[in-house]
Write a protein that binds this ligand. Structure first.
Ligand code: NAD
Length: 334
């Protein structure tokens, strides 16, 4: 049973090959992302396996359906890139990997905050060049500071526990908060979180209601000089408004693992090219901005979990069994 794997990197191949050994699935790997231009690569496949920047809008899903594809398995938790209504209409089953190592993303959030706060990335370069000057490396003690966690689901809760363990005051905002959060921090409304947090960390999904959740108006309600962290999805932030807030010193620092226009850049080497993205170039020029290329999930444990859950999703959906991770079940046709 052929499974066409889009946006496949060498690490995807390593972990999926191990998980799919001794199953009826034959993965065929393509480094390109799924789009209307590349969808023909799925011809003769029963399933496609996709990642965060693959396009699964109605025209692509219709083309997949036309090629006989019946199953779409996501190697990620977020599913903002999939038109679920179109999948339902076409009778395409869709499943995701909801909870692979939330600690991996939470730990990366901590890494970003610690690096940006204590400037270890700059110190590393200075010391290698024999420069032991401390100018520009001043940070704050995080113990006693207030961290605002937006979205108290799996990753938000894991992040909250880490910061609580460091002696930070933790605030949480979530329209449907996890009950476990109250053991770690205080649930407040969004405006209170923005007004009180020294660090605002985003852990909610990207949806119509959360698109540009951080914009000029919400940035103006944040504590002056606060740090904003986004390891969730780029579209949560209006990048233009954030650049303006950084330029005017309203926002103290920005750490992002995700970026609104990341599909044009991330997961590939552009070091020999001129990057034609002025907003990215502007962000890269700020000394108080730290960017990583969507690597929050990138640990051995998380990749192993993604591959195993993808295998289980494929087995359940192809055999007509119940699949707890299904977003659209085989019989859900609208
Ligand atoms: P989750 O479903 O467990 O939790 C999301 C939480 O957000 C839920 O509690 C939900 O009620 C809440 N929420 C929904 N709308 C909200 C709003 N408007 N304001 C505040 N909270 C809101 O998801 P998770 O596993 O914790 O993942 C969170 C996000 O992290 C995913 O949607 C995905 O986009 C992102 N993610 C990033 C990486 C990475 O590598 N950087 C890896 C995995 C997931």
């Amino acid at each position: 049973m052929r499974v066409t794997v889009f946006s496949a990197q060498s690490f995807d191949q390593r972990f999926l090959d191990a998980a799919l050994a001794e199953t009826p699935f034959e993965p065929v790997y393509h480094p390109v992302a799924l789009s209307l231009q590349t969808v023909a690569l799925a011809e003769h496949a029963r399933a496609v396996c996709v990642f965060v920047n693959d396009v699964l809008d109605a025209p692509v899903l219709e083309a997949l359906h036309g090629f006989g594809v019946q199953i779409v398995v996501l190697r990620c938790a977020g599913y903002n890139q999939v038109d679920l209504d179109a999948a339902r209409r076409l009778g395409l089953a869709v499943a995701r990997v909801p909870g692979y190592s939330p600690q991996a993303v939470a730990e990366h959030t901590l890494a970003l905050v610690m690096t940006l706060n204590r400037h270890t990335h700059r110190a590393f370069n200075r010391v290698r060049e024999g420069n032991f000057n401390l100018d520009g490396l001043l940070g704050v003690t995080l113990h006693g500071r207030t961290v605002g966690v937006v979205g108290t689901g799996r990753i938000g809760l894991a992040t909250a526990r880490i910061f609580a363990g460091m002696g930070c005051r933790v605030l949480g905002y979530d329209p449907a908060p996890a009950p476990a959060f109250e053991a770690v921090g205080e649930l407040v409304d969004f405006d209170t979180l923005l007004a009180r947090a020294d660090i605002v960390s985003l852990h909610c999904p990207l949806a119509d209601a959360t698109h540009h959740l951080i914009n000029a108006a919400t940035l103006a309600r944040m504590k002056p000089g606060a740090m904003l962290v986004n390891t969730s999805r780029g579209g949560l932030i209006d990048t233009r408004a954030v650049i303006e807030a950084l330029r005017t010193h309203r926002l103290g620092a920005l750490a992002i693992d995700v970026y609104e226009q990341e599909s044009e850049l991330f997961f590939r080497d552009h070091s020999q090219e001129i990057i034609n993205d002025d907003m990215f170039a502007r962000l890269a020029m700020f000394p108080n901005v730290l960017m990583t290329g969507h690597q929050g999930f990138f640990t051995e444990e998380a990749l192993d979990e993604i591959a195993r859950t993808t295998r289980d999703n494929l087995l359940a959906l192809s055999q007509g069994h119940d699949c707890a991770n299904a977003l659209v079940r085989p019989g859900d046709r609208a």
